[in-house]
Design a protein around this ligand. Structure first.
Ligand SMILES: [Fe+2]
Ligand SMILES: [Fe+2]
Length: 206
């Protein structure tokens, strides 16, 4: 257990402070930068910062869950999805820099909170662990669809990233479902939405 904790601690530090790498090409690779007004650029930056913050939280959640998952199949599925989340982290981080910004200053805070939630979900057992994951991914999907409407029309680069992430998150939700995810009670789902609203508005600004 101590070994596991040290490995996870190391992952956490890297998530927060080191650039992430992507095995797949970035979805916006080779696309030209669009003409945007200062205001449009700031808006795209805010949205991509929110997405990056979401991916930091995904790292923490998956880590917490992988630490506590009992079933081997569930653990493997979590690992695969977590690998794609690292790629999402790389894509959004790169885009933030291109738009002339920096990741959210609140990331360490959200990371710690998400890790605790991931561990707690894992301790409840695999079906709740996966249920939490499935619900998270569905909420992220809805959120990314909202961003596709909200991003400046001409910002094809950010759009390409968000679209690929959305498609990946849908697969993660399906994967959790196939491994026996339980449907979370309505108040829990509501609380998750509320929490993500707080995180979203904070990360959009800073
Ligand atoms: Fe993701
Ligand atoms: Fe995901």
């Amino acid at each position: 257990m101590l070994d596991k904790l040290i490995i996870e601690f190391d992952k956490g530090v890297r998530t927060l402070f080191a650039p992430a790498a992507s095995a797949r090409p970035h979805p916006d690779a080779g696309m030209p930068e669009a003409e945007m007004s200062e205001q449009e650029k700031r808006h795209a930056l805010g949205l991509m910062r929110v997405n990056h913050c979401g991916e930091v939280c995904a790292q923490a959640l998956y880590q917490g869950q992988a630490l506590t998952a009992r079933n081997e199949g569930a653990r493997e599925a979590l690992k695969h999805a977590a690998f794609e989340e690292v790629e999402h982290l790389a894509w959004t981080e790169c885009r933030i820099r291109e738009l002339g910004g920096h990741p959210s200053v609140f990331n360490p805070l959200w990371y710690t909170g998400s890790l605790a939630i991931g561990v707690a979900a894992g301790l409840l057992g695999d079906k709740w662990n996966l249920g939490f994951l499935e619900e998270t991914e569905y909420q992220v999907e809805a959120h990314l669809n909202g961003h596709l409407k909200d991003l400046p029309e001409q910002d094809e680069k950010s759009r390409a990233i968000v679209k690929q992430m959305r498609d990946d998150e849908v697969r993660h939700a399906e994967m959790a479902h196939e491994h026996g995810a339980a449907k979370l009670p309505l108040p829990v789902r509501g609380l998750m939405k509320l929490t993500s609203k707080v995180m979203t508005s904070a990360s959009y600004r800073l």
